[in-house]
Design a protein around this ligand. Structure first.
Ligand SMILES: [Ca+2]
Ligand SMILES: [Ca+2]
Length: 289
């Protein structure tokens, strides 16, 4: 059987190296250019295991949940919400205002799922109640209610049943005494299982909580995110921005899950995630401080 000469092997290796050097950037560019058009689950890069920061001590945490003691019991599997640090920062202008568009991910990282069930209370509202899962699979309601599920109008999509005050965008000054200077308009989220983040035994392999209902006839809905899954929104989505007009200097752009503490969790101190940014923004880029 004929053997190839060392020179030919060297040439083949060199050819492969050159082809990789040429094709890899092209493949990356092709993926990048399609990222804006693929669905929001596939547009997201993998998440780091601990993408949140502890809140600054000078910031106030919301009041304790009235049923917080439930999560100290061992007959319930409490949820734990956390946010990915703000990413995909995109400058934009809306009605003459300079806004910073940003992607976010509401992550469910507790023992059990976060789940709220709604019962119709008005033309565009349902009264929400949180349910905790018991180890055997049964559910337990959390007394006191969990706020409101609203029939939210989304341009080009119609109305969708979503959970009010699931998360909030905030802009803080930096330094020893941080001050809240702006909040964003996006407060309602579906809380669906959009993407599985972690390969945990307690994390279901397939979605349990699907896309939220668009039906005006529904009298009840169940929203939630399974343990190890996230609900994710790209920067291009409706209301995924915060107004930064006229601001100058370093600011902390913070996403906070459950800012009014309507969901009882096993950890209420890890709900914030922050990216430090420099303002004003460039025309196309946002610098980090
Ligand atoms: Ca939490
Ligand atoms: Ca909470």
């Amino acid at each position: 059987m004929p053997r190839r000469s060392p020179r030919r092997r060297t040439l083949s290796l060199a050819t492969v190296v050159v082809l990789l050097a040429v094709l890899t950037p092209l493949a990356f560019l092709a993926l990048s250019s399609t990222e804006q058009t693929v669905d929001r689950a596939k547009a997201i890069v993998p998440l780091p295991p601990k993408p949140y920061l502890a809140p600054s001590e000078s910031r106030k945490l919301p009041p304790a949940h009235p049923s917080a003691a439930l999560c100290e019991r061992d007959d319930v599997e409490c949820p734990d919400l956390a946010m990915r640090a703000p990413y995909q920062l995109v400058p934009d202008t809306i009605r003459g205002r300079r806004v910073l568009r940003v992607a976010n991910a509401v992550m469910s990282i507790g023992k059990g799922p976060v789940e709220v069930r709604g019962v119709r209370s008005g033309a565009l509202t349902m009264a929400a109640t949180q349910y905790l899962r018991r180890p055997g699979g049964a559910s337990k309601s959390v007394p006191g209610g969990a706020g409101t599920i609203v029939f939210k109008a989304i341009p080009a999509q119609g109305r969708i049943w979503k959970f009010q005050d699931a998360a909030r965008f905030e802009l803080w000054t930096t330094g020893r005494a941080p001050r809240l200077v702006r909040t964003g308009p996006k407060l309602v989220y579906c809380l669906r299982d959009l993407r599985r983040l972690y390969d945990w035994r307690r994390s279901p392999g397939r979605e349990v909580y699907p896309a939220c209902s668009r039906s005006a006839k529904r009298t009840r809905v169940t929203l939630g995110t399974s343990a190890g899954w996230a609900d994710i929104y790209p920067a291009s989505y409706y209301q995924q921005w915060i107004d930064v007009t006229g601001l100058r200097g370093c600011f902390d752009l913070t996403h906070i899950a459950d800012p009014k503490n309507r969901i009882v969790e096993s950890d209420e101190t890890n709900n914030e995630a922050t990216t430090r940014i420099q303002l004003p923004m460039g025309r196309k880029l946002v610098r980090r401080c």
